[in-house]
Write a protein that binds this ligand. Structure first.
Ligand SMILES: CC(C)(COP(=O)(O)OP(=O)(O)OC[C@H]1O[C@@H](n2cnc3c(N)ncnc32)[C@H](O)[C@@H]1OP(=O)(O)O)[C@@H](O)C(=O)NCCC(=O)NCCS
Length: 163
């Protein structure tokens, strides 16, 4: 299994470095373009966007992009899910199916172990052909039964390492 390193996306040069990431055929039903993702993040500061470039830990190569809602403050508006929410996840189509998606969630979970009150990581996804739903369920997310923005809300319980 590969390991990944998450690099914070802070400035315009960091953003520019991930603009070349590409979805596979039909996957645009489940994720918007990188340009739209940053527009969404800029417009939704309430959702505390925290974006990362995802790199292979050994080769250093860029393999994807992830963005979470990072500790949405309480009280949280009804149209948000959190405080921790996996908002975007993209592995470049050229390297999908090699374990980078699962490795990215591993790295996000490691990060969340450093964050206050991070007991659950939520995400949401639509169902259908090519949907990432099976990927999330395979990883250990469960369907909460809640529907937001027309998508099923999934949850991953974050077990604490034994003291
Ligand atoms: C969904 C996505 C992140 C998965 O990343 P990936 O690197 O291809 O997945 P991995 O190789 O880590 O797969 C891990 C496991 O999930 C399985 N899996 C991957 N995609 C799957 C899917 N769409 N449905 C069911 N299972 C899937 C793999 O077979 C693998 O199973 P294994 O452990 O038994 O071998 C990637 O395909 C992607 O970026 N898709 C387009 C964008 C998208 O839909 N993002 C999520 C919306 S927010």
């Amino acid at each position: 299994m590969p390991r990944v390193r998450l690099r914070d996306i802070v400035g315009p040069a960091d953003r520019a470095s991930v603009m070349g990431l590409r979805l596979g055929p039909g996957q645009d039903q489940y994720l918007n373009s990188m340009e739209e993702i940053f527009e969404e993040a800029d417009a939704e500061q309430r959702a505390m966007p925290h974006p990362w470039a995802v790199h292979d830990a050994d080769s250093g190569a860029l393999v994807g992009f992830a963005m979470i809602s990072d500790n949405i403050p309480q009280p949280m508006d009804d149209d948000l899910v959190g405080p921790y929410f996996l908002w975007k996840l993209l592995i470049d189509e050229a390297v999908q199916g090699r374990g980078y998606g699962a490795a990215t969630i591993d790295a996000v979970v490691d990060y969340l172990r450093t964050r206050p009150g991070a007991d659950v990581l939520y995400t949401s996804c639509a169902d259908g052909s090519g949907s990432p739903r099976g990927f999330y369920l395979r990883y250990g997310f469960t369907d909460t039964g809640r529907v937001m923005w027309g998508e099923n809300v999934l949850a991953l319980e974050l077990a604490r390492p034994a003291a």
